[in-house]
Write a protein that binds this ligand. Structure first.
Ligand code: ZN
Length: 59
């Protein structure tokens, strides 16, 4: 199932950190909210574990 969590599309300009929301627009600045899945900040990143282990190995 796809995540319903969205992230403010303008957070880089409007906020210090990603602003997550369940609605179609940012509750803080009103910009469009986009699906957070492609964002590098997705806590459910399916490749995160692999990437972290790779980084450890190269150290
Ligand atoms: Zn915003």
């Amino acid at each position: 199932m796809k995540s319903d969590i969205r992230v403010c599309s303008a957070w880089r300009d409007a906020h210090d950190r990603p602003v997550y929301t369940l609605s179609a627009s940012c509750p803080e600045c009103g910009a469009d909210a986009e699906n957070s899945a492609p964002a590098p900040f997705d806590p459910n990143d399916p490749h995160g574990e692999y990437r972290r282990s790779l980084k450890r190995r190269n150290r």
